[in-house]
Ligand binder design. Structure first.
Ligand code: BES
Ligand code: ZN
Ligand code: ZN
Length: 481
């Protein structure tokens, strides 16, 4: 089946009513649970919905008045979409000028919830869903133009997030490092980004022994380094770019340190860091963010074959440091080591931020609520923490004390790729990466293993890839001075 993977099919149509147009359908009203209403007990929680058929109204609860945040509106938008689909209601109107949506970040969040909740991964389904896609009408009179801008912006960002989810959902027999590189080129052409791909021979030639080794076990596809560049808005000053780095393991079997049946499932999502980074740069380009941005993806497929790398191997990285392999399942840090080195050798940056589904340990530590943040710069860390709170893509900082390096000290090489004990895995991952970071580079590592995909449906994300990181990074980039 042929499909255009650059386009994201939407399950909702969001349209702006003309200034003089009168809505003829049911109106959705968003209100706090504390407000006296027909809600009764049913309206206590965010997203509870009551349909007042006679009055032509759909009441959507925002929960307790004191706790109405932007994310509450995102959640309410999500439950509205679910309700419309389940109840097969084809149209609804929302008054954008309702004071409950002030400040306007709340209205944006509502729109995000609507767009994000309507995403489905249905490309490979033969049976078609017959539910009609609902039309959400937005009514705005006095602030028509501003509302239009807000709608467009929310659509740009959520389209990018849904693209990240869409590609992340694709299994490894569809997306591998080679096909990911091809798709990235097409995206780059579509959005006027510069691009460059390094194949395994070029990577080998420059001495990137770590990423090449991880990719060696795959007969289907060797490793690729994918580089996308957005020039930023032209200014007189030469601005240094922000470099975003993504772990793009299109599948992680664990290699010879093979994962078991329970843990190998879902390892197509090991490319979610890469997807977030790609989606961010295309959204940033469309939003015309002033700062230049470079996205660099280390892509590989971690497989088993007689060509695959083994435990005990000693690899020479692009930085020249050697790594003794303890576990072929700690492959992400090897791919990132070379990617981060390449980035620092080629692009003097204002900041380097990597996103990676790096450790199961971060899921143990922080669950599926917050991603781990490790950084050598308090300023960069704080900027990212703040963006996390604003966008509800929340982070929690973990330490990088040098004593942790003891856990990966090697007798035969410069370091091991993993410790042999079950201690501090997300920190050890960060400590390993920090060995490849120059003192002068402001660097942050986001371990997104717990939040990149969800085993169950969330208020505005279906089961599977969440697209975590895009809202966070866009907010960070937009708030840079
Ligand atoms: N891709 C995994 C991390 C992961 C685990 C992501 C669960 C999402 C859900 C990574 O490559 C890995 O296998 N890490 C090992 C590291 C260990 C060998 C030090 C892990 O976490 O077990
Ligand atoms: Zn692994
Ligand atoms: Zn992995």
């Amino acid at each position: 089946m042929k499909y255009n993977y650059l386009e994201i099919p939407k399950k909702v149509h969001l349209k702006l009513l003309g200034i003089d147009q009168k809505p003829s359908c049911v109106q959705a009203i968003f209100q706090p649970a504390s407000e006296p209403s027909e809600f009764g007990k049913a309206g206590k929680s965010v997203g509870d919905i009551l349909f007042l058929e006679k009055q032509n109204l759909l009441l959507v609860s925002l929960g307790p008045a004191k706790k109405i945040s932007a994310d509450v509106l995102r959640q309410a938008g999500g439950s509205l979409i679910r309700w419309l689909t389940t109840n097969r209601m084809s149209e609804i109107v929302i008054d954008a000028e309702d004071p409950i949506f002030q400040p306007s970040t709340k209205f944006s969040a509502l729109l995000e919830g609507i767009f994000l909740a309507s995403y489905r991964f249905e490309r490979h389904k033969k049976s078609t869903d017959t539910t009609p896609n609902p039309v959400v009408w937005i009514q705005a009179k006095a602030h028509h133009t501003e509302v239009q801008t807000t709608v467009r912006r929310a659509e740009t960002i959520t389209d990018a997030i849904n693209l990240a989810r869409d590609w992340a959902h694709e299994p490894a027999n569809v997306i591998n490092p080679v096909t990911l590189a091809e798709r990235s080129i097409q995206l780059a052409e579509k959005y006027n980004l510069e691009w460059k791909i390094l194949d395994e021979k070029e990577l080998e030639a420059i001495g990137a022994g770590a990423i090449v080794s991880v990719g060696k076990g795959s007969h289907q596809s060797p490793a690729r380094l994918i580089i996308l560049k957005y020039a930023g808005k032209k200014t007189d000053q030469e601005e240094k770019p922000v470099v975003l780095v993504g772990k793009g393991l299109t599948f992680d079997t664990g290699g010879y340190s093979l994962k078991d049946t329970a843990n190998i499932q879902g390892m197509k999502y090991d490319k979610c860091g890469a997807m977030a980074v790609i989606a961010t740069i295309i959204a940033a380009a469309q939003l015309e963010i002033p700062i230049p941005i470079i996205a660099v993806i280390g892509a590989a497929e971690n497989m088993i074959s007689s060509y695959a790398y083994r435990p005990d191997d000693i690899l020479t990285t692009l930085a020249g440091k050697t790594v003794e392999i303890v576990s072929t399942d700690a492959e992400g840090r090897l791919v990132l080591a070379d990617t981060l080195t390449y980035v620092q050798q080629n692009f003097p940056a204002r900041a380097v931020i990597d996103l990676a589904t790096l450790t199961g340990g971060v899921v143990v530590a922080l669950g599926r609520v917050r991603a781990g943040l490790l950084s050598n710069s308090d300023r960069l860390a704080n900027e990212l923490l703040e963006s996390g709170e604003r966008t509800h893509e929340r982070l929690w900082r973990l330490p990088l004390d040098e004593e942790y390096f003891q856990l990966i000290k090697s007798e035969d090489g410069d370091m091991k790729n993993s410790s042999t004990v079950r201690e501090a895995h997300p920190i050890v991952g960060g400590i390993f990466l920090s060995q490849f970071i120059d003192e002068t580079t402001a660097w942050a590592h986001l371990d997104i293993a717990g939040v990149a995909d969800s085993p169950k449906e969330l208020p505005y994300s279906p089961k599977g890839a969440t697209g975590f990181g895009v809202r966070l990074l866009i907010d960070y980039l937009e708030n840079l001075e």
